[in-house]
Design a protein around this ligand. Sequence first.
Ligand code: PGA
Length: 261
Amino acid sequence: MEVVPLAGAQQVATLAADVVEGVVRRRPDAVLGLATGSTPLPTYAELIRRHRDGTGPGYGRVRCFNLDEYVGLPAGHPESYRATIARELTDALGIPASRVHGPDPSPDRLATAGERYEAALQEAGGVDVQILGIGTDGHLAFNEPGSSLASLTRIKTLTEQTREDNARFFGSVEEVPQHVLTQGLGTILRARHLLLIATGEGKAEALAAAVEGPLSASCPASVLQLHPHVTVLADDGAAKLLARRDHYREVYDAKPAWQGL
Ligand code: PGA
């Protein structure tokens, strides 16, 4: 795992955008794994800015797969993750909705939603780079503490803490759906490159547990320790409790230029 402590959220966004663009330049038909939440928004804004400036790669052949989706929202709800990703990123990059996939929360097809999403991911050839945030409770996508480290896409119940964290996107905590469809931890591990971004002190405890704590379903993000290609970009606040923070920075500063992230 490569951990890169950075001074601020904009540096995180710049480097994360570099990684995503690098993948698309190397492979114009890349499969991008997209995350919602507040953390990736500066990265998405940076990608859009570069696209509009004409310095970004072409996204015409890219396909996208979202990490998760709420269950129980009316179709087209602005806080559904399908709508959020279109609004915050893919529409502005010119990626048509037909090339952006998410778990299907249709009420009458929920029982098969997980296996259908796994099949779609497989058919696309897997995810080249998966953007990830981390929950204050250590969740990865919507895999809450206790999730199987080998889990695949399925329905899950959110913790009260996550519903409270996400209440800011809704009118109140009661309006945050209780159920979600989420890629499993085993699904996420199949992506070829995992890019975890964490900003703000609120993430410091969860990030330290994920990166330096024991591998445990009690901290789902610790599953990253099993993956051969993980990049963690963290600002000062999120990196605050990392015991080896100075060493991670030395490693990054001494990195051979040819190596990339
Ligand atoms: P946030 O959410 O980016 O809104 O903090 C992260 C997550 O829940 O994974």
